[in-house]
Design a binder for this molecule. Structure first.
Ligand SMILES: [Mg+2]
Length: 252
């Protein structure tokens, strides 16, 4: 356990958030960087979890002028980078990630005409654009002998190392890398964030922007023991942080 990068002045806040459509949307990015971040950076542990590749994520943090997060979790949970060490080889599920049988997955998936491979992803996942009426059961049956999970979205399919996704990685971070007294906020807006809301069992605030994908809301509604996200609004994430900040500074 290591929390050296966090020296809380008030109650620590851990924000585990998706980027596109969540912390980066409309006026949200500028407001986060100029109004919220300066007030909370001394007691916020910031983690980005995104479906982008690591290189693309680093580019977008620069171009959107977002703060440097403590941890970047890219490639839908399969890539990992900590600010302190600037390395990508300390993934909490390194064993599962490294043994991902990408070549075998790609070979099997060549049999499915309605899926176009995305060429620019990490070696530890295989992602496809859905371009036709693919039979999901047949795909999953074809991959059933491999240690992989299929994460279906409306337009694409992510094939991931078994047990590795935004939610399981977030859960590890909350358990092992942030102070237990931290107020935890989870934020996401699309289907690949469903694990973030469903698999994280620790007490936390869950927020979604009000233009969240309907498929995410439907998925969360189907999951009987998921607590539905509480916040909304174009800047629901920021509003919640600002409310928490005013609460934590009152006491401190
Ligand atoms: Mg998003």
């Amino acid at each position: 356990m290591s929390i050296e990068s966090l020296e809380p002045l008030g109650t620590p806040i851990a924000l585990l958030t998706d980027i596109d459509g969540t912390i980066h949307s409309h006026e949200c990015t500028t407001r986060f960087a100029t109004e919220v971040w300066p007030k909370c950076k001394d007691h916020m542990f910031l983690i980005f979890l995104t479906g982008r590749t690591m290189a693309d994520t680093l580019d977008s943090i620069r171009s959107y002028e977002l703060p440097q997060p403590d941890i970047i979790v890219a490639d839908v949970g399969t890539s990992w980078r900590r600010k302190k060490t600037n390395t990508e080889d300390q993934h909490p599920f390194l064993f599962a990630v490294k043994r991902f049988p990408r070549n075998e997955v790609v070979r099997i998936m060549e049999g499915f005409q309605d899926l176009n491979i995305q060429e620019t992803c990490s070696p530890h996942r295989a992602s496809y654009n859905i371009v036709g009426a693919v039979n999901k059961i047949m795909v999953e049956n074809a991959l059933s002998n491999l240690m992989v999970d299929c994460l279906w979205s409306q337009d694409y399919l992510d094939i991931l190392p078994q047990g590795v996704n935004k939610g399981t990685v977030a859960s590890h971070i909350i358990n092992c890398l942030i102070p237990s007294e931290a107020v935890v906020i989870l934020a996401g807006n699309s289907y690949n964030d469903s694990h973030l809301f469903i698999d994280v069992r620790q007490p936390c605030h869950r927020v979604v922007p009000n233009d969240t994908d309907q498929s995410l809301i439907e998925e969360l509604s189907r999951s009987t023991d998921c607590i539905l996200p509480e916040g909304n609004g174009v800047d629901g994430v920021l509003t919640l942080i600002q409310e928490l900040l005013s609460d934590t500074t009152k006491g401190g």
